[in-house]
Ligand binder design. Structure first.
Ligand SMILES: Nc1ncnc2c1ncn2[C@@H]1O[C@H](COP(=O)(O)OP(=O)(O)OP(=O)(O)O)[C@@H](O)[C@H]1O
Ligand SMILES: [Mg+2]
Length: 403
């Protein structure tokens, strides 16, 4: 139910779940075989006597022992186990009013955990799905080992009987998807600077997985609904159920069955199943295009030539005069044109057909951090002393360029 092969059936708006496949996805998913790479990963971690499920059970104890240890940051507290009853109480028995959203894995509820006095998001595995159990395990393993300010924090999990639940820190602003697609009439869209800060933060999360995690991790499911937003629109990557340990030694790729979400999959991965870090870079390029244009990666509501975002954007990349037309109309023309060109150039490089032509995430972070740190003309104007006129250096991005 959860994932479709990237070459699978198109997914329309509001149904960008990985599981969509002509409505018959549930059946399809049950037929799916265990993923070799995923099991290899579990074995590897077991070999190192570092199985997070075991560690989690003892983690509460060791945390109590280390209570006064100020060196443990809240981001690095290992996942703890919860009883199903505790999570049911936290969500008032999974009350409809607590529902935050629903994805391929199951439903996500907002709750308050008495024991730690914290508002949390609780994801309940749909018990009809077989794939979910493996995804659950990979998610716990990955998030127990990986810690970064741009990755969502897993507080704990519940594996009581056949119940499988994941407990995350609560992200008050929901997912990026909620802020760039289908904005309610009368609501303001995100401004340019916020978009660039979100893009730079998401890129940093991916850079951590690629360059700092050992061995590197291929995220494999980058999309707007998996970028969650904390206060101040601080982005965090979520959903590691599809993640894979990257190639080690002389290997350039890992081979796997093609999984992901339609519209985000790199073409070479969709065709050959060979997964590299550059497959993530492609997906990042698609997300960046969505952030800039406000369009969906794949939108069946659009005319045939405009359904696939990358296919629509490619010819436009060749004509700088068309760049302004690509910007999300929800910004009302309020963006610095130079920065728009630069952001589109980064996106264009990321979605190149040839994987080796795509940049490394570290380079994407450098470029986007620069764009995100630029002050908008409005901010500069605010800083001006009364009576001073605003002078922009040649080439300084100006806001309101579209007007
Ligand atoms: N930690 C969280 N804090 C706040 N809201 C969350 C959190 N995790 C998920 N959500 C909300 O729940 C929704 C569903 O999330 P979920 O990851 O299950 O599905 P999805 O990302 O839309 O699809 P997929 O299953 O393909 O990943 C999200 O879009 C988001 O709005
Ligand atoms: Mg998700």
């Amino acid at each position: 139910m959860k994932w479709i092969p990237c070459s699978g059936v198109a997914v329309g708006p509001k149904t960008t779940k990985r599981n969509t496949n002509n409505g018959s996805s549930k059946k399809k998913k049950k037929k799916q075989q265990p993923q070799k790479g995923t099991m290899e990963m579990v074995v590897m971690i077991n070999d190192k006597k570092n199985l997070p499920l075991e560690r989690s059970r003892t983690s509460e104890r060791s945390r109590k022992d280390n209570k006064g240890d100020s060196k443990i940051s809240s981001n690095e507290i290992p996942a703890q186990t919860f009883a199903f009853r505790e999570l049911a109480i936290a969500t008032m028995n999974f009350k409809k009013e607590c529902l935050l959203g629903e994805g391929g894995f199951g439903r996500v509820y907002k709750g308050h955990l008495e024991s730690i006095n914290q508002v949390v998001a609780i994801k309940q595995l749909d018990r009809n799905g077989l794939q979910g159990n493996r995804e659950f395990l990979v998610e716990v393993l990955m998030l127990s080992l990986l810690h970064n300010r741009n990755l969502v924090n897993l507080i704990g999990y519940c594996a009581d009987g056949d119940q499988r639940l994941l407990v995350y820190e609560y992200m008050p602003l929901g997912s990026l998807d909620d802020h760039i697609h289908d904005i309610e009439p009368g609501k303001k869209g995100l401004d340019w600077n916020t978009r660039m800060r979100i893009a730079a933060g998401a890129a940093r999360g991916l850079e951590y997985l690629h360059d700092k995690a050992k061995p590197p991790v291929i995220y494999r499911d980058l999309k707007c609904s998996n970028i969650l937003l904390d206060r101040g629109y601080h982005p965090k990557l979520s959903d590691f159920g599809l993640a894979k340990l990257g190639p080690v030694g002389d290997n350039t790729h890992v081979s796997t069955r093609v999984m992901g979400t339609y519209g985000y999959c790199a073409p070479e991965y969709a065709m050959t199943g060979q997964l590299t870090l550059k497959s993530d870079v492609y997906s990042f390029g698609v997300v960046l295009l969505e952030i800039i244009t406000g369009r969906r990666a794949y939108d069946t509501c659009k005319s045939v030539g405009e359904q696939n975002l990358v296919a629509w954007a490619r010819p436009l990349f060749n004509d700088r005069r068309k760049f302004a037309q690509m910007a999300d109309p929800m910004m009302g023309g309020q963006f610095p044109p130079r920065a728009l060109y630069q952001a589109l150039a980064v996106a264009a490089m990321c979605v190149q057909e040839q994987p080796n032509m795509r940049p490394a995430m570290a380079d994407v972070v450098t470029a986007l951090s620069h764009l995100a740190s630029q002050k908008s003309a409005a901010e500069m104007q605010q800083q001006q002393q009364p009576g001073q006129s605003l002078r922009l250096a040649p080439g300084t991005p100006r806001a309101n360029a579209g007007s």
